[in-house]
Design a protein around this ligand. Structure first.
Ligand code: NAD
Length: 256
């Protein structure tokens, strides 16, 4: 049973990370919320989830663009049973105009952080004799789109890291898998609508229908609750032999 186990979810004061954290808290897991801010609202969010679900929820500030803070998050939490590498950012621009600092930030937050947190968390999982590493990759971990060079490169990297983590833990009661969402209407997606409008010279509705959901045959966004449910499934005993693979939650995107 997952009751009483502890999950650390990186980048979880918003969007998919928060959705996963809420589904975990509902299932009786203790949860560590994280982001790079240290606002009263961050801690209030943790207190509210604690109270609503009767599990221990705390917020730990750590900047996932910094190696030491990634590793520090795991140590401050005292390790975990389930690690969800979710923190991520996006920037949309053609390669020749892509700012180097945006490239570096995306590779650091979307890819390098998962390496550092996993490296720090595995010894604790081995000591506890059980573990789940769940990487939130993307349909862009399996396919590409123009103007998203850093993001697509980072997400393909996360899928590769997932396979290596699975192989290195294959004979242990530890699994590692990646969830590959299609479009989910979160603040991250909301924020790229203006840039995509500019790139394609389209209005908001056209961008949503003809650019974003054009590759999502369901013509519907996935929800953060559905992603939380997928993470819960990967954490369950039913998924004990699922390791080193990807689960797409993309309305058919990768079937096209
Ligand atoms: P979001 O912007 O709502 O959430 C991102 C989270 O990461 C936030 O909590 C933010 O505070 C945190 N974060 C950003 N920079 C950080 C840093 N330096 N250190 C710590 N935390 C940091 O976005 P989201 O859509 O919920 O995205 C979550 C993950 O899901 C990302 O990895 C994203 O690539 C992936 N994803 C999203 C979609 C989608 O359609 N929304 C699709 C596929 C994959």
């Amino acid at each position: 049973s997952l009751q009483g186990k502890t999950a650390i979810v990186t980048g979880s004061n918003s969007g998919i990370g928060l959705g996963v954290a809420i589904e975990f808290a509902k299932a009786g897991l203790n949860v560590v919320l994280n982001s790079f801010t240290n606002n009263d609202e961050d801690h209030a969010l943790a207190a509210k989830l604690s109270e609503e679900h009767g599990t221990h929820v705390q917020y730990i500030k750590a900047d996932m663009s910094k190696a030491e803070e990634c590793r520090g998050l795991i140590e401050i939490a005292g390790g975990c049973d389930i690690l969800v590498n979710n923190a991520g950012i996006q920037h949309v621009a053609p390669i020749q105009d892509f700012p180097t600092e945006k490239w570096d930030a995306i590779i650091a937050i979307n890819l390098n952080s998962a390496f550092h947190t996993t490296a720090a968390a595995l010894p604790h999982m081995r000591e506890r004799g059980w573990g789940r590493v769940i990487n939130i990759a993307s349909a862009h971990g399996l396919t590409a789109s123009p103007f998203k060079s850093a993001y697509v490169a980072a997400k393909h990297g996360v899928v590769g890291l997932t396979k290596v983590t699975a192989l290195e833990t294959a004979e242990e009661p530890i699994t590692c898998n990646a969830i590959c969402p299609g479009y989910v209407l979160t603040p991250l997606v909301e924020a790229q609508i203006p840039d995509t409008m500019k790139e394609y010279g389209m209005d908001r509705e056209e961008v949503i229908k003809n650019v974003m959901l054009t590759r999502q045959p369901s013509k519907d966004f996935a929800t953060v609750e559905q992603l939380g449910g997928t993470a819960l499934f990967l954490s369950s005993d039913a998924a004990a032999q699922i390791t080193g693979t990807t689960i797409s939650v993309d309305g058919g995107w990768t079937a096209l």
